[in-house]
Design a protein around this ligand. Sequence first.
Ligand code: FES
Length: 148
Amino acid sequence: MQQISDILSFHRADRSDLIPILHEVQSRLGYIPPEAMQAAADHVGMSASEVYGVATFYSAFKFKPVGRHCVKACRGTACHVKGSEKILAEIEKALGIKDGDTSADGEYSLETVACLGSCALAPVLVVDERVYGRVTPARVKSILRGER
Ligand code: FES
């Protein structure tokens, strides 16, 4: 809560500062917890539900803690045609989590995205900032271990 207070102390009590506040909370904490949402609402004079409505409009904001490693599995058309569903199933099996979740040990977060912009390499997977193309279910575990 101290971190949230510190963040708020640098922002005006004005609605126009809401997005910068939310960005800074996420940057420091990795996500926007409910107490930060409420504190931001109180600070800028909005209701918590209004702030939640604004925050959920932007896909960049996260509302659950994120893992140390971020796994993004593409579910776009090109990747779908090339078998991305099997890749996603293999990731979920290997990590024991579903799309949108973080592993209990806090190591991995999994999310699906509409397109990773590398359709020619379909199916595509991104772990942290590293892009993996032409992924097969058999490669998933080695990719998650950080192997090329
Ligand atoms: S559809 Fe998967 S990278 Fe574009």
